[in-house]
Write a protein that binds this ligand. Structure first.
Ligand SMILES: Cc1ncc(COP(=O)(O)O)c(C=O)c1O
Length: 458
């Protein structure tokens, strides 16, 4: 039986652990597992205890094996490492947690109908979207303000086509999600980067630079809230300032809020459409999904909305979505019954972020990291290690696109850990690597120990 034919309970966890370099993991639900047989430097660093688990209903600690399930995070990178050097997929933004039971139950129920013709209605899904945004985030949306899509990508590409005519440009605060560059390419649009400043451990918008780049040929700006990969959860004041600058310069705001639920304790997500300035809000389109919240990326479901019917109508003209029955069922179940699961997952990830921050400070002193305000990504500053391994001098002769790509390879060969290279995130990405932290802390600890051993030896 192949891995993807096995039931979730029967997944071949032992072979996964072997592949992941874990020699003895006690994986009983609700317990903190012990890791034995690790390298000398890993043993030294394992004195930092993994945070204790809260008494929750759901288990995020037991390793959930996704290897062999045609999963981008774990099954794509090994294709480039046929020698078996790859051990830990810490790149692509998807979660390693078993999904909320309400989603599996709803899918199982629907599968009992052996019929897969065209869908009749998405009313239930739309209700879920309106309720989720209203109750959780205080955004008052009417059904006609929302267009359901099969991803943030198609909506964004439609908006770029609508607002950025050929020869015009799109502005982006960077470092920012690599996908914005592919969306812009699909829409045949040029992106102008405005690099953020790193001030006291936080990325800040460089307003002087941003405004200087708001030339008449710039027609749209992407706001990423929370910002992937830096984790910024933008405040009302920051969003208003950007929104007013855009309005002044005749630039439409495309606000990507796909990470809006994944907010760290002590921070508050402000939907762009809830800003206290009607003109600013009407000059925007927001893009969202619960695919990050519930790990439903391949269920192809998202939406965009605008409080201005004219603005939304312009995007609609260029947009066409094809939804799948199972995607609608899964998303509806998550909106209607998943909140409790997500609260626990988010609290778990919060503790993981804090754990990583302490670990990096204590055991990887040459690596820079401040706990993100949102998202389940971290943007680690490896510039010192990259200098030590000569990434700048070596990348071209090794056929790599950037020093960060060279370092990505170096890290896999020296620790088994696969991260995303900062190069792809635009200006400001140099020297950085993005790490996904949405995994069991048993895995996170193994990853950190392996990286520390590699980094500290150079
Ligand atoms: C900021 C951001 N926008 C969009 C996406 C992709 O959205 P979708 O899969 O709905 O097209 C991602 C995925 O990681 C993301 O981080």
């Amino acid at each position: 039986m192949s891995n993807n034919q096995q039931s979730s309970k029967g997944l071949d966890r032992r072979s996964f652990m072997k592949g992941a370099g874990m020699t003895a993991i006690a994986g009983a639900a609700g317990t903190v597992a012990s890791v034995a047989g690790t390298t000398a430097s890993a043993q030294e660093s394992s004195s930092l205890d993994i945070p204790k688990l809260a008494n929750g209903k759901y288990d995020f600690e037991t390793i959930y094996n996704r290897v062999g399930s045609n999963c981008a995070r774990w099954d794509s990178p090994p294709r480039n490492y046929p020698g078996g050097e790859f051990k830990f997929g810490m790149g692509v933004a998807s979660m390693d947690f078993e999904c909320a039971p309400c989603i599996t139950e709803a899918l199982q129920e629907r599968i009992n109908h052996h019929s897969w013709g065209y869908l009749s209605s998405t009313e239930g899904l739309r209700d879920g979207i309106l309720r989720w945004n209203g109750e959780r985030h205080g955004v008052d949306l009417a059904p006609e303000m929302v267009t359901i899509s099969d991803g943030v990508y198609p909506g964004m590409i439609a908006a770029m086509r609508a607002f950025v005519p050929r020869g015009s440009k799109l502005l982006l605060s960077t470092p920012a999600y690599t996908g914005f560059y592919s969306m812009a390419s699909a829409a045949n649009v040029e992106i102008i980067d405005s690099e953020m400043k790193y001030v006291n451990g936080r990325y800040e918008i460089d307003y002087d630079d941003l405004e200087a780049k708001m030339t008449p040929d710039v027609r749209a700006m992407i706001v990423c809230n929370p910002q992937n990969p830096t984790g910024n959860v933008w405040t009302e004041e920051e969003l208003l300032r950007v929104g007013r600058l855009c309005l002044e310069h005749n630039i439409i705001v495309l606000s990507d809020e796909i990470h809006s639920d994944v907010i760290r304790r002590g921070h508050k997500y402000t939907p762009f459409a809830s800003l206290p300035d009607e003109a600013v809000v009407n000059n925007s389109v927001s893009f969202n999904a619960i695919s990050k919240t519930f790990n439903l990326a391949a269920m192809k479901n998202a939406y965009y909305y605008s409080k201005s019917p004219v603005t939304k109508g312009r995007v609609d003209k260029y947009h066409r979505a094809e939804l799948s029955t199972l995607g609608v069922v899964a998303n509806e179940a998550a909106y209607n019954h998943g909140a409790e699961w997500f609260e626990e997952a988010n609290a778990y990830m919060d503790d993981t972020h804090s754990y990583i921050e302490s670990y990096v400070k204590q055991y990887m002193p040459t690596v820079g990291y401040t706990k993100n305000e949102g998202t389940y990504m971290t943007f680690l500053d490896f510039s010192k290690t990259m200098e030590s391994v000569g990434a700048k001098e070596m990348f071209a002769s090794h056929g790599k696109a950037s020093p960060e790509h060279y370092f990505q390879d170096w890290l896999v060969h020296n620790s088994g850990v696969y991260l995303n290279p900062g190069f792809g995130y635009g200006a400001g990405g140099a020297g950085h690597m993005r790490m996904n932290i949405a995994s069991s802390r048993v895995v996170i600890k193994e990853v950190l120990d392996a990286m520390a051993a590699a980094v500290n030896k150079v």
